[in-house]
Design a protein around this ligand. Structure first.
Ligand code: NDP
Length: 279
């Protein structure tokens, strides 16, 4: 069985490494292959995946939103987000899912033993990753989800995903937050944002707080190092990367994902290469 990873560009995606480690550990004769898809070719690629008998697709930039509009049906989470990161090819059509938020929650739980229930959370950024995190935190019972975005309308739309718990905020809101998440690319190696810091000054963070950076290269980021220096607990983005891929494996195979094998594969690869990775 074959699954594909589609994006543009997609050559440096870690998803095939994660998926193939899982298939090997599960003893499945499956393979995950990266397929670069030109933006204008998505309309052909999706029915093509079905025609060629692929079991599914992992979807990365810039296709998460266009795929949500193109599949036959979507999960409730993908519907709310208007974004799909995983397609399952079912006999009656293409089904779009979004595992980013659940992957984030799993990483929080497994990597930091953090339960968002009743907690005050601040999310910096209002793009696709931030939206998935906001919806997931609200679904996990967060008491408050504050969104910090550069563009007011985008920030308000992201905060609205948290319903009554959501609102937009300002950097100083980080002071009273239990959880502060960087969901911007600031600090990400190999990008134009590499030298930047996320919009939450680490000086606002300290003991009793958890700082999470969705960026996972470098590992840790400078922002996380500074937050740790202030006494905050920290968690980088690799756990979310692994867990969102693990949930894709479960959707395609119906088997529990071998998270340990996937984690090992991606950390082993990280130590060999220095390129900016993509999910
Ligand atoms: P998007 O481009 O969809 O959104 C980025 C958001 O960050 C936008 O709100 C943007 O603001 C804001 N932003 C961009 N640069 C800066 C900056 N220098 N300072 C402040 N705000 C900024 O990206 P994604 O949401 O898809 O991804 C965000 C980050 O999360 C990336 O680094 C990505 O690699 C990482 N990620 C990690 C995952 C994981 O598994 N660990 C999964 C998904 C993403 P504006 O709206 O004004 O442009």
């Amino acid at each position: 069985m074959v699954v594909g990873v589609i994006g543009d560009p997609v050559a440096h995606s870690r998803s095939p490494t994660l998926h193939n480690a899982a298939f090997a550990a599960l003893g499945l004769d499956w393979v995950s292959v990266a397929f670069p898809v030109a933006p204008g070719a998505l309309d052909v690629a999706l029915p093509g995946a079905r025609a060629l008998g692929l079991r599914g697709l992992s979807v990365t930039m810039p296709f998460k939103e266009p795929v949500a509009a193109a599949v036959d049906r979507t999960s409730p989470t993908a519907e709310r987000l208007g974004a799909v990161n995983c397609v399952v090819v079912e006999p009656d059509g293409l089904v779009g899912h979004n595992t980013d938020g659940a992957g984030f929650l799993a990483a929080l739980r497994r990597g930091a033993e953090f339960d968002p229930s009743g907690r005050r959370c601040l999310v910096a950024g209002a793009g696709g990753a931030a939206r998935a995190v906001v919806l997931a935190l609200a679904g996990a019972g967060a008491g408050e989800v504050i969104v910090l975005g550069r563009a007011p309308a985008r920030a308000a739309a992201a905060a609205a995903l948290a319903g009554a718990a959501g609102r937009t905020g300002k950097p100083s809101d980080a002071r009273g937050a239990d959880l502060v998440v960087n969901a911007t690319p600031a600090g990400m190696a190999g990008t134009s944002s590499a030298a930047e810091l996320p919009p939450v000054d680490p000086a606002l963070l300290g003991h009793g707080q958890l700082a999470v950076d969705l960026v996972y290269a470098p590992r840790p980021t400078r922002w996380l190092q500074l937050a740790a220096g202030q006494g905050a607990r920290t968690l980088d983005g690799l756990g979310m990367l692994v867990h969102q891929a693990a949930l894709q494996i479960e959707l395609w195979t119906g088997s529990p994902a071998p998270v340990g094998a996937m984690w090992h594969a991606v950390t082993a690869r990280r130590s060999r290469g220095a390129r900016a990775p993509r999910s």
